[in-house]
Design a protein around this ligand. Structure first.
Ligand code: ITT
Length: 198
């Protein structure tokens, strides 16, 4: 079985990535508490930030790593929160508190916007870098829906309770297998794997 280090501080990402890659014989190793300072994610695009993370952690760990930069684009907000999704409502607090504050801000920003104009998508860009900083492979995936009027569902993380899918459920109402089968991250992983094999 091949192994890949997953360079993220987000345990939900590790779980989702490990589930999809595990099905095709790639074992995922979380980077753990290696004490490596988090690089500044100051890129203007998901691609730039995925590269910043992959290169920084690959060099620091001396291993090939996979990094994930992801977020939510809302059409009625000109693509916001976009690359600022993680810190949309500010920094500090726990991950769960940040997620709740981000969701509350998003609902406030969209107050009064009708369903038809609440189109949105999750975006995930994956980047695999080698210890010398070179990029081995990159891939992008999308997950389309609408922002609901209120949060629904207890699965997943982040903005999942607010992304309503064509079948009427939110992303947080999917099982993890259902989410991985259609999500931005699942789609990006399925595009990435042939590039890694090549
Ligand atoms: P790392 O940078 O350490 O990987 P992070 O959680 O800070 O962890 P990002 O900078 O890529 O990751 O920010 C992603 C943001 O988008 C964050 O607010 C997530 O909650 C949200 N997000 C990403 N994927 C998501 C998903 O599958 N479902 C719901 N929200 C998601």
């Amino acid at each position: 079985m091949q192994k890949l280090v997953i360079a993220t501080s987000n345990p939900h990402k590790v779980e989702e990535i490990a589930a999809v890659l595990g099905q095709i014989g790639i074992a995922c190793v979380p980077m753990g508490e290696a004490g490596i300072p988090e690089p500044d994610e100051d890129g203007a695009t998901f691609e730039a930030n995925a590269r910043i993370k992959a290169v920084a952690y690959a060099k620091a760990l001396g291993a090939a790593v996979l990094a994930d930069d992801s977020g939510l684009e809302v059409d009625a907000l000109g693509g916001a929160p976009g690359v600022h999704s993680a810190r949309y409502a500010g920094v500090g607090a726990t991950r769960a508190e940040r997620d709740a504050a981000n969701n509350a801000r998003l609902l406030r920003e969209l107050a009064g916007v009708p369903h038809a104009r609440r189109t949105a998508r999750f975006v995930c860009v994956l980047c695999v870098a080698q210890p010398d900083g070179s990029i081995l492979a990159e891939a992008r995936g999308h997950f389309e829906g609408w922002i609901g009027e209120s949060a629904r569902g207890a699965n997943g993380f982040g903005y999942d309770p607010l992304l309503v899918l064509p079948d009427g459920r939110t992303s947080a109402e999917l099982t993890s297998a259902e989410k991985n089968a259609r999500s931005h991250r699942g789609n990006a992983l399925r595009s990435l794997v042939p590039l890694l094999r090549g």
